[in-house]
Design a protein around this ligand. Sequence first.
Ligand code: RIB
Length: 315
Amino acid sequence: MSKPEILVVGSINVDLLLFQPRLAYRGETLLATEMREEFGGKGANQAVQCARLGQHVTFLGAVGKDERGRGSRTNLEAQGIECHLAEVDAPTGLGVVNVLANGEVHATILRGANAEVTPEWVRQNESLFERAGIVILQNEIPAESNAEAIRCASAAGARVIYNAAPARAVDLETTRACDYFVVNEEEARFFLGEELAEPTDMREAAVLLRNYCPRVILTLGAAGSLISTQSGVHEVPVVPVRAVDTTGAGDAYVGAFASSLLDGESEGRAAGIAAKVAAMATTGVGAQTSMPSIEDLRHDSVRAEAHDSGDASQC
Ligand code: RIB
């Protein structure tokens, strides 16, 4: 029997990265110092990271009948990703990413064709789920399509990693049917709202998020990440690097975590590898450009080793 695959059901964007000293004030016109156009979209980014780590990856999504859509398909296929893309009248998804001098990243997206990844399109491609060991989802396609993908994954016996980004209202029945619920700090604040005391204890947040799913991963940027399960909250330290652009670092984390789990790693070790991969992905401009391959991981200049966080402190 052939090795199970990773199926990403999700978004494709083209990112316009604007490098600028800071955000503009109201009424101000600010000069950016540079603009880059790069392939992006949370789903596509996660698929690319899985492929770079040697997985067979299938992508289910949509693009517009435009140059950006054709370029995005070519980009994914060039990396060995099997694409099942609806070609729709809406424009290919777009991301406008402001990369500030202090390292902060602010993104605005136009869903475009990603809004056309319908439950019907997912259902029409249900056979893809049968080959999948892991299905990865995000929040840049309609919520009903994610629900349909979770139903298909469950029928096929595939595990689901749900990266609930960007944050939006979710159905608890849906999130609880997933194997992992992955969010960053801002998304955690959205999902927990007033339940969170100030100043926020992120370990407490990681515990509270288990209301959404029994297994939670909370990514905290420079503060590392937390795995929260019934057995407690485990800390995964960050791997220090000189970051150039953090766009897509969370996607690199999700892709590497999924890939490592599929390779049979424990979730603690998978999260350690994901932390290292995410750190490496911040060392170049753009979401996908600097995502490391297996070879990069073996010979990388990031000296800190990914480690098993299973013994790390718990609350
Ligand atoms: O996570 C980074 C991604 O978010 C960018 O590539 C942008 O397209 C948005 O989807």
